[in-house]
Design a protein around this ligand. Structure first.
Ligand code: CA
Length: 218
């Protein structure tokens, strides 16, 4: 799953990007509000971590414009302890949650899972269909009762498909959801990934729709 990290503090940004990648997220890091806008315009993010005090365009402006465009990507605001007005303002503008700096990384991950889950319409950490249940916390998938652990990319791919069971996602849509800016994506990367997943999930778990893309059965 891809996260957009918007943070102008070099030290915080670098350590967060590293920690997020260690936790299996593909993290794109931008250091100002205008770059955040243009990255969000490209889409594909599961979640946004947004600092408010940013060069070139304030975080609250980024948030307001994002919501005005109809973009509902979950936004978790990272803010200083003394910024009560900012926090209230950002929640009113459509932020999904906020976290006070400094924070424990484990708590950040838990809050990211929570905002993503709410966007998926699930009150708990399981999403999916009767045949395929994905646990957003442990990254395990239950396939007709048996449990399999997925790699970060397998998880991102299955999560994208299970958000709307039955809907077809194109190669480009799937790549956009799985890979960040620095990732080398070969032309058959998705095919290779799905080939490996079928061995874990069964040959019919992810169906190819010729010329259009892939889907899971509703
Ligand atoms: Ca800042």
């Amino acid at each position: 799953m891809r996260v957009l990290l918007v943070e102008d503090d070099e030290m915080i940004g670098r350590s967060l990007k590293q920690a997020l990648e260690g936790a299996g997220w593909s993290a794109d890091w931008v250091r100002d509000g205008e770059l955040a806008q243009s990255a969000l315009g490209d889409g594909g993010y599961t979640c946004v971590l947004l600092d408010l005090g940013l060069p070139r365009q304030d975080g609250t402006v980024v948030l307001r414009r994002t919501r005005e465009r109809g973009d509902a990507t979950p936004v978790l605001v990272l803010t200083a302890r003394d910024g009560l007005d900012d926090r209230i303002h950002s929640l009113d503008l459509g932020a999904d949650d906020y976290l006070l700096k400094p924070f424990e990384f484990r708590e950040l991950l838990a809050r990211m899972r929570a905002v993503v889950r709410r966007r998926d319409g699930a009150a708990h950490s399981l999403i999916g269909t009767a045949a395929l249940r994905l646990d957003l916390t442990t990254r395990e998938v239950a396939v007709n009762g048996a449990r399999e652990v997925l790699t970060a990319r397998e998880f991102a791919l299955l999560h994208a498909l299970l958000e709307r069971p039955g809907a077809i996602l194109s190669r480009e849509q799937l790549e956009n959801r799985i890979y960040g800016w620095g990732d080398e994506v070969t032309s058959n990367a998705i095919d290779v990934l799905i080939h490996g997943m079928r061995r874990k999930l069964g040959a019919d778990a992810i169906r190819n729709v010729r010329g259009l893309g892939w889907r899971v059965a509703a």
